[in-house]
Design a protein around this ligand. Structure first.
Ligand SMILES: [Zn+2]
Length: 167
């Protein structure tokens, strides 16, 4: 029962993704209301509850606009699962620090790229200049749009699409 549930702020801005149990808890305590079901109901001994797809908070929460978290999965997604040195799409992509960590290279969006293991090995502990290698795209932080941030949920949750537009 691992349904992802999109959480909208009171102004309909998408702010989070939660699981079914937390979403149901928010609804039962009237902190959130059901916006979209489309997934049927779950039966317990005493009652039946909708399986929400999208819920909306009753009270506006002042949370900062969500950013894409700097994780391996998100770096690979930003770089379209493509080695940023040779352009190959392989299943063995690694994360390369463009300016290596031992040269004080930061673990930030602008210093990490997807690299295949052979390019990563070839570059070794060298800076970009020392290695003589070039980058296909200069790394930058991905967009903050809701469409991008929650985009990896879309294949399994097509119905969210209209709620993500424009944020
Ligand atoms: Zn490569």
């Amino acid at each position: 029962m691992e349904h992802a549930v999109l959480v909208l702020n009171a102004n309909y801005e998408p702010i989070n993704v939660t699981n079914f149990h937390r979403a149901l808890g928010l609804m039962l305590t009237e902190k959130a209301s059901l916006i979209l079901n489309g997934r049927g109901v779950i039966h317990t001994a005493r009652a039946e509850y909708p399986i929400p797809s999208v819920i909306r908070l009753q009270q506006m929460i002042h949370s900062p606009h969500p950013h894409v978290r700097l994780t391996r999965r998100e770096i690979l997604r930003r770089d379209q699962y493509t080695c940023q040195y040779c352009g190959r799409q392989t299943s063995t992509l690694t994360i390369d620090h463009v300016l290596p960590r031992h040269m004080s290279g930061a673990h930030t969006w602008t210093n990490v790229v997807a690299a295949c293991s052979s390019c990563n090995h070839r570059k070794g502990g060298m800076s970009l200049k020392e290695s003589g290698m070039t980058l296909i795209n200069f790394p930058k932080e991905p967009p903050h749009s809701a469409n991008y941030i929650f985009g990896h949920y879309l294949p399994d949750n097509q119905e969210w699409s209209t709620f993500l537009q424009g944020w």
